[in-house]
Design a binder for this molecule. Sequence first.
Ligand code: NAP
Length: 309
Amino acid sequence: MAMLLMTPKSKSDSWVKHLRAQDPGLDLRVWPETGQTDEIEFILCWKHPLGELKKYRNLKCIASLGFGVDHILRDPDVPPGVPIVRLVDASMIHAMSEYILTAILHHTRQFDLFQQDKSRKMWQARRPLHPQNVRVGIMGLGHLGVDAAQKLRLLGFPVSGWSRTLKHIEGLTAWTGPDALEEFLSQADVLVCLLPLTRETQGILNRRTFARLPAGAYIINAARGEHLVEEDLLSALDSGHLSGACLDVFREEPLPESHPFWNHPRITITPHIASLTDPRTVAPQLVENYRRVRSGLAPLHVINIETGY
Ligand SMILES: NC(=O)c1ccc[n+]([C@@H]2O[C@H](COP(=O)([O-])OP(=O)(O)OC[C@H]3O[C@@H](n4cnc5c(N)ncnc54)[C@H](OP(=O)(O)O)[C@@H]3O)[C@@H](O)[C@H]2O)c1
């Protein structure tokens, strides 16, 4: 039985080092040097070539090298019945909360305006928005959303969240399902998207969504670029209805040089770094799942193929 690492768009050295550190005897192969494809029973992948996974007849598990699995499910030839697992990692969860907090504090402390003032050598005191008066609405109350919500509460922000199924989380107003979306949006001065990319959530940050937000609302998208209808964001910013946006993810990455977001004064851009996978911290869970599958146990963190996350 062998494990295959398939990361055609990124370097594999660090993965190999940290996976081997967990198990020096691991039969680890690096795509495209697969050896006998029938010997591959466990694939680790990030943005694999579509159609590739169906070539492995004895595959028993497909592991995403990120929290999302949309990059796997967009392949129409994913072998049916093979469990797909995602990562769950405390340091990545912490990193995402740190990103969300940074983006929100940057907005409430008006750092963009101070930067503009600096370019004009202008000394102008600006009163920060008080956390108590900034209601944060988080779309997605999963591993990332809940942690960010709890940390925001500690700073005094009133926080609400929206999820597919009902949640009871102390100190958090929770909204559930499409029927509650409008009401949830109507009380979000800052809207944070931490949803998985699925059929239901694709394009969810759109004109209708923005129209339901209070005037002056601020958007943070750290989930996937395909959640956002880019033209709708530009219109809502240019009309003055939205005050700004902080975006970590884009429909096309790297963001093309000609893209209008680059020059927009009220859009902050980061290059998909909100929470980076660290091979060192996640190698243990990947090797543990490999061992589980080898001994006939169900792997951990299996996603639901029906819901797509
Ligand atoms: N930018 C980055 O660096 C970065 C890093 C890591 C992850 N991400 C992105 O963040 C996403 C979320 O990660 P996670 O680990 O928090 O995911 P998760 O644990 O699977 O949680 C997903 C949350 O979204 C909710 N949800 C899903 N579909 C919904 C729908 N149709 N309507 C309302 N709520 C819905 C779920 O509701 P239920 O609780 O009811 O199931 C759940 O609360 C990942 O899929 C990935 O795309 C980005």
